[in-house]
Design a protein around this ligand. Structure first.
Ligand SMILES: [Ca+2]
Ligand SMILES: [Ca+2]
Length: 159
């Protein structure tokens, strides 16, 4: 066990120019990865989650992914480090990231209620239909009942 590093203000600092929606969403994503609930994503947890998402990664690939984010060199990713990966100014791949996330959740098409349900089922979460409808409602800017790429992109540019 490596010693626990406490950084109470780091999350707020790392949030930087991310929208509140994004910070809340990344917090949920982080909690999903952190299956042991110890406040860090370790290689084992990362590998497990990538597997759920259909990405089989080698130990080497997992280590590389951790290294990119691991600013404290603990071999694990804490929430502030995780958040920093998604900063707009440090990461000009936001557009690409959004498109990849859209494709991942939508399974190649628009994000419908069914697609959301299946996505969460893949990562081991069962949503009730009220929750699914709520997600679609929040994200569906143009009101056609599903989340298209444009709706989805707007989630990441809203302040
Ligand atoms: Ca953990
Ligand atoms: Ca829509």
């Amino acid at each position: 066990m490596s010693k626990k590093v406490e950084r109470p203000d780091a999350a707020a600092q790392a949030a930087g120019n991310l929208t509140k929606w994004e910070v809340a969403e990344f917090k949920e994503a982080f909690a999903l990865f952190d299956s042991k609930k110890d406040g860090n994503i370790d290689p084992e947890e990362l590998k497990e989650m990538m597997g759920h998402l259909g990405q089989e990664c080698s130990d080497e690939e997992i280590k590389d992914m951790i290294d990119v984010a691991d600013e404290l060199s603990t071999g694990r990713i804490d929430f502030p480090s995780f958040l920093k990966q998604f900063q707009h100014d440090e990461n000009d791949n936001t557009e690409q990231f959004v498109q990849q996330a859209f494709a991942l959740i939508g399974g190649g098409g628009d994000i419908t209620g069914d697609a959301i349900e299946q996505f969460f089922a893949r990562i081991g979460l069962k949503l009730i239909s009220d929750e699914v409808n709520e997600i679609v409602k929040i994200a569906d800017e143009d009101g056609d009942g599903k989340v298209g790429l444009e709706d989805f992109q707007k989630l990441y540019t809203r302040k």
